[in-house]
Each structure stands twice: as C-alpha cells, then as structure tokens.
Design a protein around this ligand. Sequence first.
Ligand code: CAA
Ligand code: FAD
Length: 379
Amino acid sequence: MDFQLTEEQLAVQAAARDFAQNELWAGVIERDEHQKFPAEQIKKMGELGFMGMMVSPEYGGGGMDTVSYVLAMEEISKVDASCSVIMSVNNSLVCWGLEKYGTEEQKQKYLTKLATGEIIGAFALSEPEAGSDATSQSTTAEDKGDHYLLNGTKNWITNGSSASVYLVIAQTDPEKKHRGINALIVERDTPGFVIGPKENKLGIRGSDTHSLMFTDVKVPKENRIGEDGFGFKFAMQVLAGGRIGIAAQALGIASGAYELSLKYSKERKAFGVPISQHQAIQFKLADMATNIDAARLLCLQAAHDKDGHHDYAKSGAMAKLFASKTAMDTAVEAVQIHGGYGFVKEFHVERMMRDAKITQIYEGTSEIQKIVISREILK
Ligand code: CAA
Ligand code: FAD
C-alpha cells in the first residue's frame, strides 16, 4: 500500500478542510441544539462536488477514488457529523449503488441529479423488527406484472424527509427468503408513501431520521435495481462500501475531538502549569493520537482495497469497528481533558461525544462488524 497521497487527493483534503472550517463551524452548535437540517450547507457541498464524489463525470460526479472520499469525509466529520452522514448516505449508498447496478435510464433520470447534489437520496433497509437481522424483511413488494405494490414500514431512515429518491428494500417472494428480496427506486411524491415524524436523537441531530410508511405504493418495474431477487445482495454490496464512509466519519469525529483537546491542554493551566504538562493528560493524548493513526490506516487500507477492486467487506468492517470505538473513546476522553468546560455546548466536545455513539450502531452495529470479520477470517 502506498502511503503517499497524490496531489489530487491532497487538494480534495484541503478543499474539504477549508469548507468545513470556514462554512460549517459557525452554525454547528445551533443546528445540533435545534435539530436543524443543514440545507444551505448541503447545497454548497453539492456545488463543491462533495455529494457525488466517486460518480463518473459522465453522470455529473467528481470521478474521484475512495481514498479522496475518505479524506473528505474525515474533514467534514471533524466539524459536523450531521453533514457527513447526509453526504455519506448520498455518496456511498445511493449514488454508488445506482452507478454500479442501475440501468442507463435510471442513471440518467436519478443519478445525474443525485451526483450534483441537486437532489439527495435515502437508503431504506431497516424496519421496526429488522435491523441487524436484515434478511427478515416485512415490507412487501408484490409483483403485479408491470409494477410492484409496496406495503410496509421502514425505520430510522437518514435523509428521511429531505430526500427526493429512496432506495427501498422489500420482500417479493417470501419462499425464496433473502433471494426473493428486491431493491426499488421510490420517488418521494408517490401516492401512498407517507413520511413519519422526525426522531429526536442523542447525536447527529442536524440530520433528519424518519420512519417511512408505504400503503399500496405503485412502483413501476423499471424502477427495480438489478435482476429479480437481487435486492439483498444489492444492500450488502452497497453497505460493504458504505461502512468505509462511516469509518471515515468516526475517524473525523475522533480527530476533531483530539485536535480540540490538544489545543486546550496547552492553554488551560492547573497547579501552575498547562495541563499538558501533567503526565495523566499526556498519556490520554498519546492514546488518542495512536488510535487515530491506526484508525486512519485501516480506513485508507479499506479505501485502497475498494479502489484496487480487491475484496473490501472485511477491511471495511475492520475500519468501521476500530474507528467507531476510537471515536467513542477519544470523545469521552476529550470531555475529560476539558473538565467542566467539556460538559457545556460551547466547547464542542460534548456534541462530538454524543455524535460518536451512532458510528457504533448504524450501517451495522459493532457486533455485526465482528460477525462479518469473523466469517471472512473463517471461510
Ligand atoms: N456482498 C454480497 N453479498 C453478500 C455480502 C456482501 N458483502 N454479505 C452477505 N452477502 C449475501 C450472502 O452471500 C448471502 O447470499 P447467498 O445465500 O445467495 O449466497 C446473503 O447475503 C445472506 O447472507 P448471510 O447468510 O450471511 O445472512 P445473515 O442473515 O447471516 O446476515 C449480516 C448477514 C451480515 C448480519 C447482514 O444481515 C447485515 O449486514 N446486517 C446489518 C444490517 C445493516 O448494516 N444495516 C444498515 C442499514 S443502512 C444504515 O444504517 C445507513 C445509515 O445509518 C447512515
Ligand atoms: P438490533 O438489531 O435490534 O440490535 C440490538 C442489539 O443486539 C445491538 O447491540 C446488536 O449489535 C445486538 N445484536 C443483534 N443481533 C446480534 C447477533 N447476531 N449477535 C450479537 N449481537 C447482536 N437504517 C437504514 O436502513 N437506513 C438508514 O439511513 C439508517 N439510518 C439510521 C440513522 C440513525 C440515527 C439510526 C439510529 C439508525 C439508522 N438506521 C438506518 C438503522 C440502523 O442501521 C440500525 O439501527 C442498526 O442496523 C441496528 O439495528 P436495530 O436498531 O434494529 O438493533
């Protein structure tokens, strides 16, 4: 693996850093407090090319590699993990899935707008009774000849009310179990499609998470992605890459909390010296820096595997497992280093601690990552 970043990758990293520092810092506390969706910020991210980074220029994307995507995700997540989850779902679940498996008509109709950020997308796999156990789908897509009839409820859907296009996973033939599942493109205004109330969350409060209800929603057959019965494999393939994005999000939260802690520890005095001169603080910083470097290497390894067309299910799961633990551990210690100031909103680290937790839950919990990793090791 080549650890040197190319000039192009460094330029993407610098552009994402500038945008995050100059455009996201200012309102991040307010957006978190009021659960305000960052509509303006996401629009700008689209204009800067961050919403369809890996999509081919032919469809309006940036044609960039996964390494560049990881670098940008880290920088955005250092400041605002709500913006980065919106970006991550659009890039690595929706755009990537459509470009890889969609028909030319689907790409022209949906991908070209999603890649530029003109519209955003959502990915709907989870249900009230099917999260980790994703093959147990209750949402049904009954085959009616020229269309599917969609019925059921999806839970916890990121971009739930802000998306225009939803990739919905549903069971067509229960006898075939996971091989009877389909992935359908559902447009927001389709009759029978109702968006539930916004969830009031612990973290990533700027992102909008909703349940989705479908009652006799007619979805044309041409909106199915891939062959009949490909839906579960589609979801697993998309998530294997998505987990690299969430790993990079976790890495960014950890780096953000670490950078604030390093700075604060040099400024804050206790017992006549900056707290950075106390060995207990130095050791916390040493642990943070070491774990962050290890998490970054795992993220880059997984991105490198994906770019090199090697298998990345295991490396992506390892990156997510380790980076999400690093995010949680680092953010908790960041609050500790800030003392009482860490417990109030103005110092940012309490938000980072709340945001970090979700990285151990969505796109497969840490327990699920261990299942994926151990199956790969043992097969
Ligand atoms: N690529 C392609 N196919 C794959 C695959 C992969 N990486 N992983 C599994 N599959 C296929 C298997 O080959 C199998 O198909 P065949 O029988 O035809 O070979 C099929 O999927 C079922 O696999 P398993 O038998 O391994 O299924 P399982 O029931 O044991 O569960 C699991 C597997 C890994 C636990 C899976 O259910 C899972 O990933 N669960 C977590 C769900 C998840 O991550 N949800 C995230 C929702 S999106 C989200 O969260 C977005 C956000 O927050 C921002
Ligand atoms: P469960 O599956 O019920 O798990 C509960 C606990 O049991 C967990 O600790 C889990 O690790 C453990 N567990 C379950 N099975 C096993 C096992 N076999 N071995 C060991 N431990 C196990 N989903 C989408 O489809 N699209 C989205 O955009 C999306 N965005 C989300 C945004 C937010 C803010 C949240 C909170 C969730 C989002 N999700 C989304 C759903 C998310 O992917 C699920 O919450 C997650 O996969 C876990 O499912 P669950 O909540 O049903 O927990």
